[in-house]
Design a protein around this ligand. Structure first.
Ligand code: SAM
Length: 203
């Protein structure tokens, strides 16, 4: 699969499809990738010289976009172990377009303890369409908190699905508590019948 965003081309061969979600490129990730690319032009300092980590990467599109526009950053694309092979393949297919960034793929399951090396060590966290699973709302918020330090910025997108409204409510209630209400809703776009939201969240 080939995706073009803001003049950049992403090769996402998809490789084998494992389960039902990991290899799909969700619309929320296209919009977040677009947002990150535009951000890198308007405010390059937000992405340069940073430790950047994507949670629940799926295809890895958002992390790949940041690798193409950020300078001198260390970028880690993460997902459940079963999907890391596919993400590595997508990284290999696009690495000719990376700017001066070091890109790495590693498993990170929100249900488990965050590895010590990552704890409070991430400057920018990318999260696209991960407010999706009832059982994973609290673990996802915990992981966001564990990765963050005082200056961390989270770029988050999600597609508002009518059957998941209670999940968004629960997620933002928990986030309010953990991140003391430092949210900026930046963009809203429609996608077929659903809305897609992009947030910037500060610690
Ligand atoms: C709806 S998909 C979104 C994928 C991608 N971010 C996008 O927007 O195209 C949710 C992602 O969360 C990942 N995921 C689900 N449960 C997880 C967990 N416990 N730990 C880590 N990742 C998880 C899935 O494997 C999947 O890649």
């Amino acid at each position: 699969m080939k995706v073009d965003i803001e003049g950049l081309s992403f090769n996402l061969p998809g490789s084998e499809m494992v389960g039902d979600l990991g290899s799909i490129v969700f619309p929320a990730s296209r919009l977040l990738a677009e947002y990150i690319i535009q951000k890198s032009i308007k405010e390059p300092n937000q992405l340069n010289n940073k430790n950047i980590l994507e949670l629940g990467s799926g295809s890895g599109l958002v992390g790949l976009a940041s690798a193409m526009v950020a300078n001198n950053s260390h970028i880690i694309l993460t997902d459940l172990p079963v999907y890391t092979h596919n993400i590595k393949e997508n990284v290999a297919m696009n690495n000719g377009q990376f700017s001066a960034c070091h890109v790495q793929v590693q498993p990170l399951d929100w249900m488990q303890q965050v590895p010590e090396t990552l704890e409070h060590n991430i400057d920018v966290i990318l999260v696209s369409d991960c407010i999706y699973y009832q059982d994973a709302i609290l673990p996802l918020v915990r992981v966001l908190k564990s990765l963050s330090h005082a200056q961390t910025k989270i770029f988050l997108s999600y597609e508002e699905r009518p059957d998941k409204l209670s999940l968004y409510e629960e997620f933002f209630k928990l986030m309010d508590h953990q991140f003391l209400n430092k949210f900026k809703r930046k963009e809203i776009k429609s996608c077929f019948n659903n809305m897609i939201y992009i947030y910037e969240i500060y610690n």
